[in-house]
Design a protein around this ligand. Structure first.
Ligand code: PLP
Length: 282
């Protein structure tokens, strides 16, 4: 792969970052993941806006303008002949003598790389995934997309140990989100219920579009916290993320959701979401 590092295009084996980089020492870095289909960027505007927001919250300054950053996204797709998969972008506060305080004149480290992946034809879209319920032990600013991903990694490992595909995180009896996706349910009355935006969850770009889409096709949307009990007895459940799009959840803590098959509304939202986002990809 050809990767991008601070203005240079390099073979991945030649791309090196300092051991003093604050991303490495303090997880002082933010990231974005943008889906790619047919060599085009999905939901780029949303990811770009959230990137700016994350940087603003941490006082990070991107060395490139938004236009230059879009150019780098396009170029990395071309250089890697990427048809389907994702672009990972990370900005850290850069190298500095180890000190908890931010350096006075940081030189950020900007990295982009691609991952080729069949995101459209996902076998899990046909079967659904199982999730284990685990306590949400992350920090209190989950709205900032930082690379501080140790707990989500631990949660995925624990879910796998329990034989589940992923984890849904729980705070005070209510689901916050999945380990790396937004969590949603559909009630027996056909209402899409999803936790409202706050500092407790990442403001999912896919979540936003899917809520819009649901409203457009006449599905009632309620943004409110939902409990573990509501989740387990929901008619349908699903997750959303940049590379999973809309993915059915068919089992929660061993409890089958509905008849244990991907829900019809979930599958409709998946189909429509993919169709629309491919049509508007840039
Ligand atoms: N929530 C968490 C914790 C995430 O890591 C992600 C990232 O994929 C999401 C939600 C979904 O966000 P998006 O739809 O912007 O990919």
């Amino acid at each position: 792969r050809t990767v991008y590092l601070n203005g240079a295009w390099l073979a991945e084996a030649d791309a090196h970052v300092s051991i003093f980089d604050r991303g490495f020492l303090f997880a002082d870095a933010i990231y974005e993941v943008t889906g790619v289909v047919n060599g085009k960027l999905l939901e780029y505007e949303g990811h770009s806006a959230r990137l700016q927001r994350s940087m603003g919250e941490l006082g990070l300054v991107c060395p490139l303008s938004p236009e230059e950053l879009l150019g780098v996204h396009r170029e990395i797709v071309q250089r890697n002949a990427l048809s389907e998969g994702l672009i990972y972008l990370q900005i850290s506060r850069g190298p500095a003598d180890r000190d908890f305080a931010f350096p006075a004149n940081p030189v950020p480290t900007l990295v982009l790389f691609t991952q080729a992946k069949a995101v459209l034809d996902n076998p899990k879209a046909r079967t659904g995934i199982s999730v284990a319920l685990l306590p949400d032990l992350r920090w209190a600013r989950c709205d900032i997309k930082t690379v501080q991903l140790l707990y989500p990694s631990m949660a995925k490992m624990e879910a796998a140990r329990q034989g589940a595909d992923d984890a849904w995180l729980v705070e005070e009896g209510f689901v916050t989100e999945a380990s790396s996706a937004s969590a949603h349910i559909i009630t027996s009355d056909g209402v899409l219920v999803t936790r409202p935006l706050s500092q407790a969850i990442l403001h999912g770009i896919t979540r936003h579009s899917v809520l819009d889409l649901a409203t457009t096709i006449g599905v009632a949307v309620e943004e409110r916290p939902f409990s573990v009990e509501e989740a387990k007895t929901a008619a349908e459940a699903f997750i959303t993320s940049a590379t999973n799009f809309v993915l059915p959840v068919t089992q929660i803590d061993g409890q089958l959701i509905g008849d244990g098959q991907p829900g019809p509304l979930t599958l409709r939202l998946r189909e429509l979401y993919i169709e629309r986002k491919i049509a508007s990809a840039i």
